[in-house]
Design a protein around this ligand. Structure first.
Ligand SMILES: N[C@H](CCC[C@H](N)C(=O)O)C(=O)O
Length: 281
């Protein structure tokens, strides 16, 4: 078996396990495997487990070949993979990501519902990062094309730009997304969420992901958008984030840790054909 494919609310990932298969983790190979027509197709690759002593590490790759510091849906999917493959025999464990350690709790024996302590969120321009003087980027006016919006930027390991609007849509996410993702204000590029507040315990987001484009759901985006709405005083600390692919529960605790609870679904286990790599020539 070369790979296992899962999705989390329609945000799909391919798990490639270096303990089971040889895979050269080059930009070209990542782009090809993730390609929706010439490859298997996915919103990214989860490469691991990379086991170092008692630590379990995973690498998170976007379809454009860039590496992400964190992925909420990716962490839940990877945790389910570890359970399915017998790597873990406890209901709670930590994982190492480029963006820091996360604490995972399996909420059911089959790993279909998983909770993750994603760590804390910072709005510091130096941490996200956002260009300009050091500040918290909260409710800042931002010129976008021939319009202007108000942005709140957050990092939960990976960077996010949250834009509250009265109405959100796929079309608007696809219009604003590339402009925000690649704007010079964001030296490491950035994920973008359009945010509509439904009430103090429900928000709706439309997502444009750094290195992946429009996606149906995003765990770290849910954490960032919920944290931004909470920082702006628009919601309580327990809320549901509604996305086109489904919803995620967020709980921001007293020490600022953001807890994300969501589902995971298995799609397939598979083998790459030798012919796949000919597309690289
Ligand atoms: N594209 C994101 C990583 C994946 C985030 C998303 N799929 C999630 O579930 O958090 C980035 O470059 O930061």
């Amino acid at each position: 078996m070369d790979f296992s494919k899962y999705h989390a609310l329609g945000n799909d990932y391919i798990v490639i396990d270096p303990n089971k298969t040889k895979f050269n983790l080059t930009k070209e190979n990542i782009q090809l495997v993730c390609h929706r027509n010439f490859g298997v197709g996915s919103d990214g690759i989860l490469y691991g487990p990379i086991i170092e002593g008692n630590n379990i590490k995973l690498k998170i790759l976007n379809p454009d070949g860039s590496e992400a510091e964190k992925s909420g849906n990716g962490i839940r999917i990877f945790s389910r993979y570890l359970l399915d493959q017998g790597y873990i025999n406890t209901t709670s464990f930590t994982l190492d990501t480029l963006g820091g350690k996360v604490l995972v709790t399996l909420l059911d024996p089959k790993g279909k519902l998983i909770k993750v302590d994603m760590g804390t969120v910072t709005f510091s321009s130096d941490s996200v990062p956002v260009a300009g003087e050091s500040r918290e980027v909260v409710d800042e006016v931002f010129k976008l094309g021939n319009t202007s919006v108000r942005i709140t930027c957050a990092s939960i390991g990976n960077p996010h730009c949250v834009i509250p609007l009265d109405e959100v849509s796929e079309e608007l996410a696809k219009e604003f997304g590339p402009l925000i993702e690649n704007h010079p204000m964001f030296p490491n590029r950035i994920n973008m969420q359009l945010l509509r507040v439904i009430d103090r315990n429900n928000i709706e987001i439309e997502i444009w992901e750094r290195g992946a484009g429009y996606t149906l759901a995003s765990g770290s985006s849910s954490c960032a958008a919920a944290s931004a709405a909470y920082k702006l005083g628009l919601v309580d600390n327990k809320l549901k984030v509604h996305m086109p692919g489904g919803s995620i529960e967020i709980d921001i605790d007293l020490d600022g840790h953001v807890h994300m609870t969501g589902s995971v679904s298995s799609v397939a286990n598979g083998k790459f054909s030798d012919e796949l790599w000919q597309n690289l020539e």
